[in-house]
Write a protein that binds this ligand. Sequence first.
Ligand SMILES: NC(=O)c1ccc[n+]([C@@H]2O[C@H](COP(=O)([O-])OP(=O)(O)OC[C@H]3O[C@@H](n4cnc5c(N)ncnc54)[C@H](OP(=O)(O)O)[C@@H]3O)[C@@H](O)[C@H]2O)c1
Length: 272
Amino acid sequence: MMKVLEKQRLQNQIALVTGASSGIGSGVAKALAADGATVVVNYASSASGAEKVVKEITDMGGKAVAIRADVSKEDQVLEMYRQILEQFGTLHILVNNAGLQKDAAFVDMTLEQWQYVLDVNLTGQFLCAREAAREFIRRGVQPEISKAAGKIICMSSVHELIPWAGHANYATSKGGVMLLMKTIAQELAPHKIRVNSIGPGAIKTPINHEAWETPEAAAKLLTLIPYNRIGEPADIGEAAAWLASDESDYVHGITLFVDGGMTLFPGFTANG
Ligand SMILES: NC(=O)c1ccc[n+]([C@@H]2O[C@H](COP(=O)([O-])OP(=O)(O)OC[C@H]3O[C@@H](n4cnc5c(N)ncnc54)[C@H](OP(=O)(O)O)[C@@H]3O)[C@@H](O)[C@H]2O)c1
């Protein structure tokens, strides 16, 4: 259940969260709304999922609308931004979250599986970040609203760092997101645009349900997580709200791993 926070760090800010009809994106949308932002809940196919998130936000007194767009399609991304600017005048926060997996052993992976994941997970982030940056530069800093002209948060993964057999397309997309994020952080800093990533570990969402829905699978997964619990979308939502707020104004060009220690190489805990 979403709770509207007393401290509204994102008041008067418009936020776009891509892929917010499910999982981590819905957790991020709710956390930003609880912190005062007006949230655009983007989705590709699940209108009912997006409407449910919008309703949860508005029921708690927050502000949200749903907009459909496939982030891998330039014309649809441009149309989504046109609608956002027409409806709200500007944008302050982009959370580049939409993403998916199409897993296959490397030797069996089809070009279609490879291309689809790269198109959504990497090209989608490029297209949405480019349009956000154009708007942030056009508008410039509004000191009464935020110290930055805009904030871009890329949803990466522990797999920007940890190789992942059977998921070459996905791991490649997240490795690409890492250098896309760092490069545009370097390039956009003079415009007072802050760019960072979040690297979630294992978070309970539909994308990885096989890894946590049976007790056996969950126990196996926990051997990879020193903190010994599987993450929830709200864990990522809290991190995103902080990264979008002025409390993190000097944080720029980093990946904040939110992973219960998965990137600590737990396989070495009792090994040598
Ligand atoms: N769950 C984890 O453990 C984990 C760990 C590390 C990183 N991540 C990353 O977190 C992000 C969200 O994953 P999740 O676990 O929350 O997955 P999820 O529950 O399957 O949600 C994926 C979201 O992405 C949207 N989406 C898919 N293709 C899209 C497209 N072409 N255009 C716009 N939206 C699209 C989906 O919308 P529709 O349903 O409407 O199509 C859905 O809202 C991904 O980038 C993923 O790589 C997840």
